[in-house]
Design a protein around this ligand. Structure first.
Ligand SMILES: *Cc1c(COP(=O)(O)O)cnc(C)c1O
Length: 234
């Protein structure tokens, strides 16, 4: 094992320990929290080291980079997650390679995903991204509008809404971040799908390198972690 591979493995194991501790502290089963290793900062070779350290779910935020990594690492059998803003004209390329889109942020995008999913005869799992911080720069549904959008998306035959995703505000302090995560959980709990099969709403994707412990305390089932996994190797 190279120095770099060892460093990445150490980082991953340390993150897993922190995930376990925060879940236990919150009285939750640590196995209910999935770590998505965000590889957008690194070359495929480093993403491969992360995979071999035991992180089998990998996340990318740009279609082109996702496709490059998927093709460079096709032997790995990694589970790919798409976490960034997705343009409708990129859906066709991205869809066949990902097991979950975390960042579905409009009804029109949902319709594109549905169309392609029908074409590829492969229903798609998505999370609805919610703008929990109120930052103008952030994509996502507004909390007060999401119930109506959910009802419309549920009518699409090949899209399944498995939960919500949110990102804390860039300028928010710890207390405010925690409040945003707690609001996302409450929003998820308050949503009423007409059909729970089409929208099971079991997942909450929230928390990144700087705030994943708070997110787990507030009920995150998926944390998207990038920079701390590559500490000391970038
Ligand atoms: C980059 C990114 C992450 C990971 O961020 P880190 O702070 O490096 O852990 C998580 N989620 C999304 C949507 C991202 O774009």
């Amino acid at each position: 094992m190279t120095e770099t591979a060892r460093k990445i493995a150490d980082n991953f194991h340390r993150v897993m320990e922190r995930v376990e501790k925060s879940a236990n502290d919150a009285g939750r089963d640590p196995r209910c929290v999935k770590v998505i290793g965000v590889t957008k900062y690194v070359e495929p070779a480093l993403a491969e080291m992360l995979f071999h350290a035991g992180c089998h779910r990998l996340g990318e935020s740009r279609p082109q980079i996702l496709l490059e990594k998927v093709s460079a690492l096709e032997d790995l059998n990694a589970e790919w997650h798409f976490i960034g803003h997705l343009q409708r004209n990129k859906v066709k390329k991205v869809l066949p390679h990902v097991s979950l889109i975390h960042s579905l942020d409009s009804l029109r995008l949902a319709e594109s995903v549905n169309r392609l999913a029908i074409e590829q005869e492969m229903p798609s799992d998505v999370l609805l991204e919610v703008n929990i911080s109120g930052d103008d720069a952030k994509h996502g549904f507004l909390p007060q509008e999401i119930q109506a959008d959910l009802n419309a998306i549920e009518k699409l035959s090949h899209v399944r809404v498995t939960g919500l995703m949110g990102m804390a505000g860039l300028k928010s302090d710890a207390k405010e971040i925690r409040r945003q995560f707690s609001q996302l959980r409450e929003l998820r709990d308050s949503l009423q799908p007409t059909d729970w099969q089409k929208a099971p709403l079991t997942e909450l994707s929230m928390g990144m390198s700087g705030d994943f412990e708070m997110a787990i305390a507030e009920g995150a089932t998926m944390v998207r972690i990038g920079s701390v996994l590559f500490d000391g190797v970038l």
